[in-house]
Design a protein around this ligand. Structure first.
Ligand SMILES: Cc1cc2nc3c(=O)[nH]c(=O)nc-3n(C[C@H](O)[C@H](O)[C@H](O)COP(=O)(O)OP(=O)(O)OC[C@H]3O[C@@H](n4cnc5c(N)ncnc54)[C@H](O)[C@@H]3O)c2cc1C
Length: 79
């Protein structure tokens, strides 16, 4: 459910995710069945920045040393 936030964060959440790009949205999707998740986004719509510009091309060597293992691990999910 989309809501504009005002004031303080709700107290009945377990996980706060800042940013509704692919990273935040993926994490929220994984955690939501197990935890009470709140995802917040600064823009009016999710995926507005890098995620919305992605060509959605999967390449194992993409990114630096911190990203490449995550890319490789995502293969089975995306294949
Ligand atoms: C032109 C282009 C093409 C690309 N093509 C590919 C490709 O083919 N394959 C590939 O693997 N990758 C590609 N990429 C890279 C890929 O798009 C990014 O690595 C990925 O989308 C990053 O996702 P993210 O969720 O980390 O960041 P973002 O998509 O930038 O999401 C972060 C979100 O957090 C929000 N945010 C930030 N700070 C706050 C705050 N304080 N409060 C609330 N919200 C906040 C932002 O508004 C944004 O929506 C491409 C990138 C570009 C620009």
């Amino acid at each position: 459910m989309r809501q504009r936030m005002t004031g303080t964060l709700p107290s009945d959440i377990d996980v706060l995710i800042v940013g509704a790009g692919i990273a935040g949205a993926s994490l929220a999707a994984e955690l939501a069945p197990h935890r009470r998740v709140l995802m917040i986004e600064a823009e009016d719509s999710p995926g507005y920045h890098a995620t919305g510009r992605s060509a959605a091309f999967w390449q194992e060597s993409y990114g630096g040393v911190g990203v490449q293992p995550l890319t490789a691990a995502s293969f089975d999910t995306l294949a």
